[in-house]
Design a protein around this ligand. Structure first.
Ligand SMILES: CC(C)(COP(=O)(O)OP(=O)(O)OC[C@H]1O[C@@H](n2cnc3c(N)ncnc32)[C@H](O)[C@@H]1OP(=O)(O)O)[C@@H](O)C(=O)NCCC(=O)NCCS
Length: 188
């Protein structure tokens, strides 16, 4: 269950280059700022993403149907502009001890330490929820993204060969990365 504390989560910090950033949960009123972040994403990047983020209906649904117990999204805001989003996607039943991580930053905010900050904030939320494992699937071509995940503690558990199909039909491998947050209890 998302607690009041989770919903009030706030972090303010200054990037090395001076930009002041606020990290907070996504809210309904962020609709336009989310459209502004995702609609301009070029095909070169969108082809590696799960959803068609150039479709306003797809992006608008993320602010219209917020259920923090299903998906917990944190956003990074600079001067009222959303420059990054990272989310924890929870599972039911037998998989409720783990969640999937997704992250996306505006191009002009990459390589400035923001991804690391946003991921660390999401890991804090995952720990508060007492999750055992968090995981992320990344197309293997995206070696910088894999490095960014390794920097905060994810490790590649396995490679799924040919698991991702690009819009032109080409196949790519997926790196399945996992980070353990908690050990099983009651073992001797
Ligand atoms: C992946 C992503 C979240 C990383 O965030 P970021 O803010 O760019 O990363 P950081 O600046 O915090 O850097 C973290 C580490 O990533 C690696 N890295 C990031 N950018 C890099 C670059 N241009 N070249 C080489 N390494 C890079 C480095 O190892 C870096 O650590 P270091 O600074 O100690 O060397 C961000 O670049 C992004 O949103 N990319 C596009 C979206 C995407 O493809 N998402 C799919 C992942 S699920």
């Amino acid at each position: 269950m998302a607690t009041k504390e989770d919903l009030l989560f706030r972090q303010v910090f200054t990037l090395k280059d001076g930009a002041r950033v606020l990290i907070r949960p996504l809210s309904k009123s962020d609709r336009q700022a989310m459209l502004d972040l995702f609609l301009p994403v070029p095909m070169e990047e969108r082809r590696y993403m799960r959803h068609n983020v150039n479709d306003p209906e797809v992006v608008a649904a993320w602010t219209e149907e917020i259920d923090y117990d299903r998906v917990f999204p944190l956003i990074a805001e600079v001067n009222s502009r959303i420059v990054g989003v990272a989310s924890l996607h929870f599972n039911p039943d037998y998989a409720k001890h783990r969640a999937e991580v997704r992250i996306f930053l505006a191009k002009d905010f990459r390589g400035r330490g923001l991804g690391t900050k946003l991921l660390l904030a999401l890991i804090e939320i995952a720990k508060r929820r007492s999750l055992y494992l968090i995981e992320v699937d990344i197309v293997r071509d995206l070696s910088n993204d894999i490095k960014a995940m390794e920097k905060v503690g994810f490790r590649t558990l396995c490679i799924f060969e040919d698991y991702f199909m690009l819009p032109n039909g080409e196949l790519r491998d997926i790196a399945h990365m996992v980070m353990r947050l908690r050990q099983p209890e009651g073992e001797f």
